[in-house]
Design a protein around this ligand. Structure first.
Ligand code: ADP
Length: 339
């Protein structure tokens, strides 16, 4: 009974943010002006007048203003709401859904702040896991949950296991394989069993600078003995700034190109899903291939689009907001052009 009440409550919460059909939510979060920007008298181009309705205004020069619509818009000061809004989605991994949460945006806009957070104000990763353990405990008379965590990174289109301990296994070429049931996994990757939030904390420290966390949940329904597996991905994406702006060369250029490739591959996958294309190009990048089980189907996706309020970042901000609009827009069925 406790479980069904709790599930009903969560569904209600989820429906509140689900003003539209589909499984992709986009939350927009803006960082504050930095101290340096403030002292330089840097102007702010964002307007939060209608933020509570999910509208974000951007002053694009002169008296021009563009308005973008998202599922949520957070002013720089908002903290707690961000997690409260994300939590129904996160907890649905305990109901057997695959979930993917990722932070997208230019470097320095708060992706790490949102996902990891400073120690005094922890981010989505920590709070998410804290909540998973607490809900799992509440449901312990009806379900047993086994949780494990992998910490990885995709660098230059290679998967690195940040929990691997020996230098040899660190350098292993990890590949993505498909199981006979059709789900995807990385054979040989460390899956650290976690029983409580302290276990997770030590895992996270071991995999510092983690960009990708995967929480695997094995659920046993004690009523009917049924077992299910689900996954929660928490991804701090690389900075989305456009290549033209970097004057990188050599290795740095290769890195920037690969980052670009995974971000545009992610956009292409979401676009193909939304337009119900017969071919979803998951294999075009390691990132989308990895996340395959948690993008599309009945899985749930939450994208944080992170932006800067500064006039100096206007063009990157518009580019991120356009990307996010297309991600959200395509699900609503008014896709126009390819991401
Ligand atoms: P990114 O991961 O996108 O490169 P960071 O998370 O490192 O960006 O954020 C850049 C800086 O902005 C950090 O100093 C961070 O503490 C600060 N910051 C970002 N978002 C917020 C926020 N909502 N409130 C206060 N400070 C923030």
């Amino acid at each position: 009974l406790k479980y069904s009440e709790e599930q009903a409550k969560r569904k209600q919460l989820y429906n509140q943010i689900q003003e539209t059909k589909g499984n992709i939510r986009v939350f927009c979060r803006c960082r504050p002006l930095s101290r340096e920007e403030s002292s330089n008298g840097c102007a702010t181009v964002v307007d939060f007048d209608a933020a509570k309705d999910g509208d974000l205004g951007v002053l694009t020069g002169g008296s021009n203003k563009r308005t973008f619509k998202f599922d949520r818009v957070y002013t720089p000061k908002v903290v707690v709401d961000v997690f409260a809004d994300a939590s129904p989605l996160v907890v649905s991994v305990l109901d057997g859904y695959n979930v993917c949460i990722f932070a997208y945006g230019q470097t320095g806009t708060g992706k790490t702040f949102t996902m990891e957070g400073p120690e005094h104000n922890r981010g989505v990763n920590y709070r998410t896991l804290e909540q998973l353990f607490s809900v799992a405990r509440e449901r312990s008379d009806a379900f047993t949950y086994n949780l494990s965590v992998s910490v990885l990174e995709v660098y230059n289109e290679q998967i690195r296991d940040l929990l691997a301990t020996s230098p040899a296994s660190k350098n292993n070429r990890l590949e993505i394989k498909q199981t006979s049931e059709g789900s995807h996994h990385v054979p040989g990757i460390v899956e650290a069993k976690v029983d409580n939030i302290n276990d997770v904390w030590s895992v996270l420290q071991a995999g510092s600078n983690a960009s990708i966390l995967c929480i695997m949940v094995k659920t046993k329904n004690l009523m009917n003995g049924e077992c299910t597996k689900s996954k929660l991905w928490l991804v701090d994406l690389a900075g989305s700034e456009r290549l033209a702006k970097t004057d990188a060369q050599g290795e740095r250029l290769k890195e920037a190109q690969n980052i670009n490739k995974s971000l545009s591959a992610l956009g292409d996958v979401i676009y193909a899903l939304a337009t119900k294309s017969s071919h979803i190009p998951y294999r075009n990048s390691k990132l989308t291939h990895l996340l395959q089980d948690s993008l599309g189907g009945d899985s749930k996706t939450l994208m944080f689009v992170q932006i800067s309020p500064s006039e100096h970042d206007l063009s990157e901000t518009l580019s991120s907001l356009n990307f996010a609009t297309r991600v959200r827009g395509v699900e609503l069925g008014h896709a126009r052009k390819q991401i």
